[in-house]
Write a protein that binds this ligand. Structure first.
Ligand SMILES: [Mn+2]
Length: 449
């Protein structure tokens, strides 16, 4: 189990205690999650908040900060566990490495909990909800004070976290290069998936989310990998690794199955690339990510206007949300210990703030991070352009945006698919830094590989 140094966890917990000075703070770890029966579990994934404050990657733990005391609740292995799972380092030894000396059995947790004074975070697994309500007898809602304090801390990445995240991007980059090299007409999509899995496993890492890989890139989260790939199609690969310490990478590349872009593909690709590069260029502390999203939208609209697919006033098209028809998702999201960082705590706390309301427009409504950037934030930048036949035909029928959209010219794009390009970017004091080593991105780099 890889851990940061002891003082990192001690510092994180004392910062949290200062931000939430009253009452108890309970941070629950995850349990094993059965796949088809109890002993056959999914890969164990520790809770990210528990990892952040207590570090220990084992199931069945809880951390309690009570006054100036910090306690870990859990179990030492029994002889029976050792017979089946082998002799691992005792819990007390791991606890010591994260600066905790007091350990009690998990069954004793109810005796320590002051039901009315305990702050806890929103559960996202059924077993935890039941444990909080029935075993601990807590009836109040999750603590907004605790949510806000955790978000404020985790949103600002420290240098040791940036090193882990850069490693995650580098593994993700290797996955993408392997996929590019394996992509050939006649092969099946799952053969590329196999190359990605081989690469991530060879680096002792795991996926940070299920692989999105398809020649139907217009489907934003396409997990079907059963298509045969043909020359003339685009391959969209959105996949990332999480390191042994669970920091995530989230990278997307799009490239021609044949290895060479057609003119039509290159035209769209260059628009998306400009959206991506210019968005990254605009990133610095104090700039609102919503504004960067809208600027990317403007580049998309100008680009599609240049191709004769759109017509009319660009400002009007931006404000009417015409771009959402071709990019129905947000420009990016926070990333860290979760690929959508802290989404369990609520996007309204992670990416929005009081007075900043979520739009209802297609595209902008899916923007997960809209507020001003701060030094230490890490976000994905992932513009795209998609031709979704079902959406286009519905809008055409309804006459939606008919003064702006050249529907007859769009006909020749119905088989296009989609393009998305994504990198992970740190906001620095002076601007920004793309994490990890460069991954082929320009038309020339991609055709070359
Ligand atoms: Mn992403």
């Amino acid at each position: 189990m890889k851990l940061f140094s002891k003082d990192v966890y001690i510092r994180r917990r004392s910062q949290l205690r200062e931000a939430v000075p009253q009452g108890q703070i309970l941070i629950m770890g995850n349990n094993e999650a059965p796949m088809n029966y109890t002993a056959n579990a999914y890969r164990f994934r520790q809770d990210s908040n528990f990892l952040y404050f207590f570090g220990i990657n084992m199931p069945g733990l809880a951390g309690l900060i009570d006054g100036n005391k910090t306690i870990i609740f859990g179990h030492e292995l029994t002889l029976d566990d050792i017979i089946w799972e082998g002799p691992v380092e005792p819990l007390s030894s791991f606890a010591e490495k994260v600066g905790v000396t007091e350990i009690h059995p998990l069954e004793d947790l109810p005796k320590f909990i002051k039901k009315d004074e305990v702050h806890y975070l929103p559960p996202y697994r059924g077993d935890r909800s039941i444990f909080l309500k029935e075993t601990l007898g807590i009836s109040q809602a999750p603590s907004v004070d605790l949510i806000k304090a955790v978000v404020a801390q985790r949103a600002i990445k420290s240098s040791e976290e940036i090193a882990e995240m850069s490693a995650a991007v580098n593994i993700s980059g290797a996955m993408h290069v392997a996929a590019m090299k394996a992509c050939k007409p006649g092969k099946m999509e799952y053969e590329i998936v196999a190359e990605i899995l081989r690469t991530v496993k060879m680096q002792n890492a795991e996926l940070s989310y299920p692989i999105i890989l398809s020649v139907n890139g217009q489907t934003l989260h396409n997990h079907f990998h059963g298509n045969q790939m043909h020359a003339g199609q685009l391959m969209l690969n959105d996949s990332g690794a999480e390191t042994e310490m669970y920091y995530a990478g989230d990278i997307t590349r799009t490239y021609p199955v044949s290895g060479k872009f057609t003119t039509q593909q290159k035209d769209i690709y260059e628009i998306v690339l400009k959206m991506e590069v210019d968005s990254i260029e605009a990133m610095k502390p104090g700039v609102s990510y919503r504004d960067i999203h809208l600027h990317a939208n403007r580049i998309l609209i100008e680009g599609l206007k240049g191709l004769g697919l759109l017509q009319g006033d660009v400002d009007t098209m931006v404000s009417e949300g015409v771009g959402g028809m071709f990019m129905p998702h947000g420009l990016g999201h926070a990333i860290g210990l979760d690929v959508h960082d802290m989404e369990d705590l609520g996007e309204q706390y992670v990416g929005y703030k009081e007075g900043l309301e979520r739009s209802t427009q297609l595209g902008l409504k899916s923007l997960r991070f809209a507020k001003e950037l701060e030094t230490g934030n890490v976000l994905t930048v992932e513009p795209g352009c998609y031709f979704i036949p079902e959406l286009i035909s519905k809008y055409k029928e309804e006459g939606k945006f008919k003064e702006f959209v050249n529907y007859s010219r769009l006909e020749s794009y119905l088989q296009f698919g989609g393009v998305r390009i994504e990198d992970n970017v740190l906001v620095t004091e002076n601007g920004h830094q793309i994490l990890g080593n460069p991954i082929p991105k320009t038309v020339a780099e991609i055709e070359n590989i």
